[in-house]
Write a protein that binds this ligand. Structure first.
Ligand code: TRP
Length: 452
């Protein structure tokens, strides 16, 4: 055991790990991205493929990533180096860690812009400007924000600064405590919104849209988007969960913790979908509105609720909080590497990685206004970064983790680390990770490019 492994800090308890991992998993992916991707990709069939991907690929890969992290007990890059060495495999495996650092950077660059929108909506909501407003007004307010690079610049800068400040303060300090109260509150708010959705005339239509699969509406790109969203929402394939795994005490059951986190993440996404689509149909809006979907629908709902201004402001505040617990995890692989390998202090590492993300994020801001006309392969800058990360890098990173855990690491080691007891749990996991994960991701890629 190296020194780095011995002095590495650990979570206070299993619950602390679960809270932190759920905090990284539950974020804009659930509340903002899941609804709009579902809307763009025709509804039920997309949701079904998404759920399948979470169960068959997401959970086993989450277990694998957590396990590698706990065994390596360092940043993802150094963990992969150490574990490759232990398995007498090529040190080239540490490039898995690099895919993660890069993906985290790129995701955070646009994540921060969208989180900035959520922040911008806190004062907007509390001002009461949406009181009894209709969908047309909500659309107008959103387009004004999206059209203004100056306003987005300010909110994006604020969000990145907050992320850097928290990251430079250290791992579990403070945030763990907040997560414990604020995430359940977010959950309650979503249930409240679901209750409201039931009172709108669009509830039946919204539920049918979400849960009645119509495969004629889901093309190859949609299947790829569903898989990418599964990786994105669970926060897999980029070493972030590996970092959390590295702080996990050795007696904790990885299988149970992973199942819990995946279930919580999925439930929150579905609750958000159930809240939003009835509002969409009740107001005769198109579900294919894209990245502005929740910002153009939820304010209408809050505008009609008693105390809607306060409830709405609180909702966007909680959304901001959910975003920041994810953004901390997105940047952590880079920060961990810079402080372990480059001898940087945590604050310096947080500052420099944050500054780089911030700069790339400007591209996303401009893609909604000044650069809206520039596209590559039919995608603007934001869509391109999103595609490269969610649909390519995360699934590839996830499969590499699966192949390493299933084929490279000695089964005796993975079995010992997972500690799943005498039942068939370990065999099931091994089968999913060895065969289903690589084959599933491979098939989806082939389908997306039209080969099958
Ligand atoms: N899961 C986060 C969300 O749903 C986004 C995300 C993707 C993420 N990859 C991650 C968060 C890695 C933390 C770590 O919003």
């Amino acid at each position: 055991m190296t020194d780095a492994r011995r002095v590495h800090t650990q979570w206070s308890s299993r619950m602390a790990f679960i809270l932190a991992a759920s905090g990284s998993a539950i974020g804009l992916g659930n509340i903002w991205k899941f609804p709009y991707l579902t809307g763009d990709n025709g509804g039920g069939a997309f949701v079904l493929v998404y759920l399948l991907c979470v169960a068959a690929l997401g959970v086993p890969i989450m277990m694998a990533e957590t396990m590698l992290g706990r065994r390596g007990r360092q940043s993802p890059i150094n963990t992969m180096l150490a574990l490759a060495d232990e398995a007498k495999a090529s040190p080239l495996w540490h490039y898995v860690g690099w895919v993660g650092v890069l993906a985290g950077f790129l995701i955070l660059s646009y994540y921060s812009v969208i989180a900035g929108w959520a922040m911008a909506y806190i004062p907007k909501m509390s001002s009461g400007m949406f009181s009894h407003s209709d969908a047309a007004k909500a659309g107008e307010v959103f387009r004004e924000l999206q059209g203004s690079s100056q306003l987005q610049f300010i909110w994006h800068t604020l969000f990145m600064t907050a992320t850097m400040a928290i990251v430079s303060m250290g791992v579990s300090a403070g945030l763990e405590k907040w997560t414990r109260y604020l995430m359940p509150l977010l959950f309650v708010m979503l249930i409240l919104l679901d209750g409201y959705a039931m009172t709108t005339g669009g509830f039946g239509q919204g539920i049918a849209f979400l849960f009645k699969p119509d495969f004629s509406r889901l093309g190859g790109e949609g299947v790829l988007a569903a898989m990418g969203q599964a990786f994105f929402s669970l926060g897999l394939g980029m070493g972030a969960i590996m970092v959390y795994g590295s702080y996990l005490p050795s007696h904790v059951s990885i299988a149970r913790a992973s199942l819990f986190v995946a279930a919580a993440d999925t439930i929150v996404a579905l609750l958000a979908g159930v809240a939003i689509f009835p509002i969409v149909f009740a107001n005769h809006l198109a579900p294919t509105m894209g990245e502005g979907l929740i910002f153009q629908t939820l304010p209408v709902a809050f505008g009609q609720m008693p105390a809607g201004a306060t409830v709405g402001a609180l909702f966007f505040l909680l959304m901001f909080f959910a975003a920041i617990t994810s953004s901390i995890a997105l940047i952590e692989p880079a920060v961990a590497w810079l402080s372990e390998n480059r001898g940087m202090s945590r604050s310096a590492a947080a500052f420099w990685s944050g500054a780089a993300c911030w700069l790339i994020g400007l591209g996303t801001i401009f893609s909604f206004n000044d650069w809206a006309g520039y596209t590559w392969f039919g995608k603007n800058f934001f869509e391109l970064i999103d595609f490269l990360t969610s649909d390519l890098m995360l699934p590839v990173g996830g499969v590499l983790v699966a192949v390493f855990a299933g084929w490279i690491m000695r089964p005796a080691d993975s079995e010992a680390e997972l500690e799943m007891g005498a039942g068939s749990g370990y065999r099931v996991w091994q089968f999913l990770i060895r065969y289903i994960a690589p084959a599933g991701v491979g098939l989806v890629f082939l389908r997306a490019v039209g080969v099958i």
